[in-house]
Design a protein around this ligand. Structure first.
Ligand code: SAM
Length: 274
């Protein structure tokens, strides 16, 4: 088994998709970790072998396994500039999260505790925000995506609302556009505490509202651009948020432009009023 795992890692490093498929068929473990703590998927991602990445994912290789340095295959692909392999991994993550979301929703309906994420501890490292199950709430490799969202959401200037601070990636990018007013809603006490500790409460144009967006709606005004990216919520929550957009967007007769969207490992949405 170990020998096959090693062979799979080697085939992945060589970009040899035929060998990879043969080994998979003969039962090689796609979630094997070699002595460096790397999986075949990480090797393929690191070297940009997209066809190997696809073959391994189709065989059930875990897209979210972490190396000893806490890097996922997606991190390896992005760091090495392998955009195609990165996008394949990103899509695998989105699909997995949608499926997991459906399962979790069913569990919740069956009586599991609601809002567990917000009641639990989170931990920050330099490049990740993790929940108490060591699942990534936000990862630094999502920064380019957050920057693109910020650019779009600030395109009309004016006043901006962001729901869900996380690592502050999108808010940092929004600040670069110097919005007249920048409101941030954040519900997790430890994330909120960290926001204050890192000076977000002292910025002239920033207003922080602590609480679940569902509970602080009465404190919200109307905005020219809105970004929504929470965690531990479901599509139904997003749909509920949609119902409030006519009030939350600046113009009375507004046109809602849905610009970009179902994002990695959680739903994020961006809205602007024209
Ligand atoms: C995925 S992170 C946001 C990442 C952020 N876009 C960034 O660029 O770093 C989600 C954040 O939403 C917060 N959150 C979860 N549920 C929320 C809710 N109902 N209302 C407000 N914030 C919520 C979480 O605590 C977490 O900080």
């Amino acid at each position: 088994m170990e020998a096959e795992g090693e062979q799979l890692c080697e085939a992945a490093r060589n970009g040899d998709v035929t060998k990879v498929n043969t080994l998979i068929k003969s039962g090689a473990d796609v979630s094997y970790f070699d002595s460096d703590g790397l999986t075949p998927l990480m090797h393929a991602a690191k070297l940009g072998y997209t066809d190997v990445v696809k073959a391994l994912l189709e065989a059930g290789a875990p897209w979210n396994a972490l190396s000893p340095a806490n890097q996922s295959a997606g991190d390896f692909a992005m760091d090495a500039g392998h955009q195609e392999a990165f996008e394949v991994l990103l899509n695998a993550g989105i699909q997995a999260e949608l499926i997991l979301g459906t399962i979790a929703r069913k569990t919740k309906k069956d009586g599991d505790c609601e809002g567990a994420y917000l009641d639990d501890r989170v931990s920050f490292s330099e490049d990740k925000l993790m929940d108490s199950d060591s699942k990534a709430v936000m990862m630094a490799w999502e920064k380019p995506l957050m920057e693109a969202h910020a650019k779009a959401v600030c395109s009309g200037g004016g006043s901006i609302l962001n729901v869900g601070f996380g690592m502050g990636l999108v808010d940092t990018a929004i600040q670069q556009y110097g919005p007249a007013k920048h409101t941030i809603v954040e519900a997790h006490p430890e994330v909120y505490e960290r926001m204050l500790r890192t000076g977000w409460g002292e910025k002239d144009n920033v207003k922080i509202i602590f609480g679940r967006w569902q509970d602080v709606l009465s404190q919200l005004e109307s905005y020219d651009g809105i970004f929504f990216d929470t965690y531990g919520e479901y599509y139904e929550d997003l749909r509920e948020f949609h119902q409030h957009l006519p009030k939350l967007l600046s113009l009375e007769e507004f046109t809602l432009i849905l610009m970009a969207f179902v994002e990695v490992m959680h739903s994020s949405m961006l809205f602007t009023a024209i």
